[in-house]
Design a protein around this ligand. Structure first.
Ligand SMILES: [Zn+2]
Length: 307
């Protein structure tokens, strides 16, 4: 009997240590780095106060072209989780940053790596992968976060990773995911209703980044100022667009915050059309603080431009 006492004591000590370790671990926030602020916003909805999120790109930068700064490498070195849009959206800047960070757990195949495009029904997937003539959408159109319904798929991918990294908070993450999804469903009804009177309206866009928005909200994007994604507007392309706008009575040109307005203004002045600059990401305007603000803003802008 006497000999069993120290054993019990040891067991208690071990259990205590384990509990302490678990508590410390539970109090640590999951450090999430995302390529875009939209992914950060969704990660914050799902992760709540259990995550600390940082987005590399700002909301008014062209997501195809971001300068890889050393400070981003430091963030990635310390991250538990990295979320990327994927396809070839960030081809020029995410791989070099991940290589420099040397953090295996957030690299492709690691437990903390999230390709947010997983299970997204992609649009414009070409029959063959071809980077000819500078095309930067070679695996399909990568601007899928601009359909709020895809936001739910992104949130699921993020939730799966959070559960993998921090299983103790599984129920919390899953509850947040359900709340996020319910809010998307409720808001989506309002946004679709607001856009319904303009169903089938043809518009022009600078860059081919609106097919998911177009599909969700019933617009028809007739042509682009860029002759190919990533190739700046040419005089012949602008002339072609002007002809199309005159022929089809198109009145709206969608610009993005990171494209100079000259080309769009030139086309507008030749056609009596107007330029509307939509937000492509959270943070494009100071008022756009969350993923929901993004669509509140863009739907309001489009309704105003089209009415
Ligand atoms: Zn693009």
């Amino acid at each position: 009997m006497k000999a069993k006492l120290p054993q019990k004591f040891l067991l208690m000590m071990t259990a205590n240590l384990f509990l302490n370790w678990q508590n410390v671990h539970a109090n640590d926030k999951v450090r999430v780095v995302t390529s875009l602020p939209d992914l950060k916003s969704i990660a914050e909805f799902v992760g709540g106060d259990k995550v600390e999120a940082f987005a590399i790109a700002t909301g008014f930068q062209n997501p195809h072209f971001v300068d890889p700064k050393p400070s981003y490498i430091l963030k990635l070195t310390k991250a538990n989780m990295f979320v990327t849009v994927g396809l070839d959206l960030e081809t020029g800047w995410v791989p070099p940053l991940l290589n420099s960070a040397r953090n295996a757990s957030i690299n492709k195949g690691g437990p903390g790596y999230v390709d947010a495009s997983l299970h997204v029904p992609l649009l414009q997937v070409p029959a063959s992968v071809n980077r000819a003539e500078g095309d930067i959408h070679i695996f399909g159109n990568p601007h899928y976060w601009l359909d709020p319904a895809n936001g739910k798929i992104i949130a699921q991918n993020i939730c799966d990773c959070l559960v993998r990294i921090d299983p103790a908070n599984r129920a919390y993450f899953q509850e947040n995911l359900q709340k996020f999804n319910a809010r998307v469903d409720a808001k989506l009804k309002d946004w679709v209703a607001a856009m319904l009177p303009f169903k089938g309206t043809k518009v022009i866009a600078y860059h081919n980044e609106w097919p998911y928005f177009e599909q969700r909200f019933g617009l028809v994007i007739a042509d682009f100022l860029e002759p190919k994604p990533g190739i700046p507007p040419t005089p012949s392309q602008l002339a072609k667009v002007i002809n199309t706008m005159k022929r089809d009575h198109i009145k709206v040109i969608i610009n993005s915050p990171y494209f100079a307005a000259q080309s769009a203004e030139l086309v507008a002045s030749n056609t009596g059309g107007k330029v509307v600059t939509l937000a492509t990401s959270v943070g494009a305007e100071e008022s756009i603080k969350t993923y929901f603000d993004l669509f509140d803003h863009n739907v309001a802008m489009m309704v105003e431009a089209l009415k």
